[in-house]
Ligand binder design. Sequence first.
Ligand SMILES: [Mn+2]
Length: 246
Amino acid sequence: MKPERHIIVGDVHGCREELHDLLLQVGYRPGWDQLVMVGDLVDRGPDSVGVLRWIRELEVTGGAVSLAGNHEEKIVRYHHLLAHALGAEAGLTESQLQVYHQLAPADLDWIARRPYFFKGPGFLVVHAGICPQIHHTLEDLDRNREARRRLVRIRHVDAFGNMLKLIQAGVPGARPWHEVYDGRFGVVVHGHWRCGEVMRGPFSYGLDTSCCYGGKLTAMVFTDLQRPAFVSVPARRTYRHPPPIG
Ligand SMILES: [Mn+2]
């Protein structure tokens, strides 16, 4: 059955209580509403494993979809490298290691199976964004490791639409990907780029409103894509102090 409403939720980062507040606020009905999580369920906040297992359950009982974020990807990479005694190369933070050690094998399997995008009518959900230079068709999005890496990390692009590294954000001609994005996949709904309010591009909405940093957790809710509602709940605490990046 066609879902009545889409509810797309920004980066949760272990903020389980706020996720509870938000789903209550929007009146989420598992099985009726299509819930889509943009990724980065884990790390930084107080209860990563609680969030992860709750969403795992909602996938089974309510058809929720939860995408890969760069934090999920990093944990999977660590897990694979550990098997070859190369764990140190993954460069996990202390907080990421803590999450990793709380995960059961079934949690790790689940994380490793996260999809990289969700395509709905007129819109696309990804964790970070689109790289105009390499993502031309839906098949390109998760075609290979490099394509997937861009989907979960992209912020700025150069004049040719190539992804720039974080430290290159200030180079001449660098622009946020969503300022350059031409709408080829419809409206892109994403997280990853932490800000105070919903980030709006010509064809995009960014939903990472900094919950784990004491901001708020935000959902985009719509039955008609032309008239979305943005619903936020405040963080109950400041769990982390933000690193100095834009
Ligand atoms: Mn992210």
